[in-house]
Design a protein around this ligand. Structure first.
Ligand code: ATP
Ligand code: MG
Length: 400
């Protein structure tokens, strides 16, 4: 999966960025937002030897911005970067929710227009699509900007305030400071009031409306299906305008595999210049869960060769041949160096998912041949025993 991710990011013109596993706690408090789940309860925070407060990376965006500012990466104009690696959150561990998990994400800095939103969304969608996952749903929404979000805030307050006592304690606490957070709550006590909450559509300003309709227009033109979902607000404080999530029924309760959006205010709020930005973060474990759910329906295709030596002499002959196959063939060559019966080697081949067994025993040594067994079609063919290069050439000729 990581190989596919790197190849995809490369095709879109994104370069890799790696940030430290931990940063100053203050970066996440400022960059993620004080009323978020991450900052309120999920950070792994500890003092270092000089009593500075440090936090294991719970998300990548704030560290990426911090690094870009520190190394002056915004000076040369637009910047496109991606990352793959671990995040740490103090969560209640359960299916699809771990204390150490892995994210793939991209950040596109420097473009305020809808083209960048489309580019980033289409990159995320392309990864999911490339696995043929057809129950994935792309949800998009706009949460407005500084011009119209205050109006939305007011209408949310007007909706929730009279019933505040019925909300979860957490939502009650967040209501006055950031009523949008309440919309993102997963607490059952909040669901009914959230379902009837006003949507932003009626107060969205003209600029936000035009931006959002351009984004959805690009998606339509690209044939990327999406759902307009006014309930998507995202868990982090720094989003503006476009927000999106990719969800899947295959995931059960933890149904979101990818979330992202535009965050034009973040770079400035971390002490940098005005740099518009859009990005996403995708949960690798959750994408793997989606693939597992799919794979149960069809069998994984076999690939590669299990090299099998029966006896010490055969093993010595096989070592340079295996080395050559590994140098020249694009498929994997597996080998078990222990002395075992043929049947045991074939079981290992099954475990490895190998398509072929390449077998060399005493009889073959005498006859100067090897047996190529097709484990999918259950047929044997004989090939001449020669140098590694000869054997590799025979295999390629036979379409292996
Ligand atoms: P959730 O609503 O599931 O808690 P989130 O809003 O906290 O997600 P983000 O911070 O946007 O998630 O992270 C992006 C993606 O990273 C999520 O959609 C999910 O796929 C993945 N992710 C987040 N936290 C975890 C975790 N603890 N374990 C596994 N994957 C995670
Ligand atoms: Mg979370």
């Amino acid at each position: 999966m990581e190989a596919r991710i790197r190849e995809l990011a490369h095709r879109f013109g994104y370069g890799e960025i790696r940030t430290p596993l931990f940063e100053s706690t203050d970066l996440f408090v400022r960059g993620v937002g004080e009323t978020t789940d991450i900052v309120e309860k999920e950070m792994y925070t500890f003092p270092d030897k000089s009593e500075r407060s440090m936090t294991l990376r719970p998300e990548w965006t704030a560290p990426v911005v911090r690094a870009a500012l520190e190394h002056n990466l915004f000076a040369q104009g637009p910047l496109r970067v991606y990352y793959v690696g671990p995040i740490f959150r103090y969560e209640r561990p359960q299916r699809g929710r771990y204390r150490q998990s892995h994210q793939f994400g991209v950040e596109c800095f420097g473009y305020a227009g809808p083209e960048a939103d489309f580019e980033v969304i289409s990159l995320a969608w392309e990864l999911v699509r490339s696995y043929g996952i057809d129950d994935a749903v792309l949800n998009v929404n706009s949460i407005g900007d500084d011009a119209c979000r205050p109006l939305f805030r007011e209408s949310l307050l007007a909706h929730f305030r009279p019933h505040a006592a019925q909300l979860s304690p957490e939502s009650q606490r967040r209501l006055e400071r950031n009523p949008l957070r309440v919309l993102d709550s997963k607490d059952e006590r909040d669901l009914a009031l959230v379902a009837t909450a006003p949507t932003i559509a009626s107060v969205l300003c003209e600029d936000c409306r035009a931006h959002f309709s351009a984004v959805t227009g690009f998606l339509e033109a690209a044939g990327i299906p999406f759902v307009l979902n006014p309930q998507i607000v995202r868990g982090l404080d720094y989003y503006t305008r476009t927000v999106f999530e990719i969800t899947s029924g295959a995931l059960g309760a933890q149904s979101t595999v990818c979330g992202g959006g535009r965050y034009d205010g973040l770079v400035r709020s971390l002490g940098g210049p005005d740099v518009p930005a859009v990005g996403f973060a995708l949960g690798i474990e959750r994408l793997l869960m989606m693939l597992d759910a799919l794979a149960r329906e069809g069998e994984r295709p076999r690939s590669g060769i299990q090299a099998v030596a029966l006896g010490a002499r055969a093993r010595a002959t096989l070592v340079p041949i295996v080395a050559e196959l590994r140098r020249t063939l694009a498929i994997p060559t597996f080998v078990d160096f222990d002395e075992r019966k043929l049947l045991a080697h074939l079981k290992t081949a099954d475990r490895n998912g190998a398509r072929y067994a390449l077998i060399l025993g005493d009889d073959e040594l005498t006859a100067k041949t090897m047996v190529l067994r097709d484990l999918a079609e259950r047929s044997d063919r004989s090939i001449p025993l020669g140098t590694g290069k000869d054997v590799a050439a025979s295999l390629v000729e036979m379409g292996v």
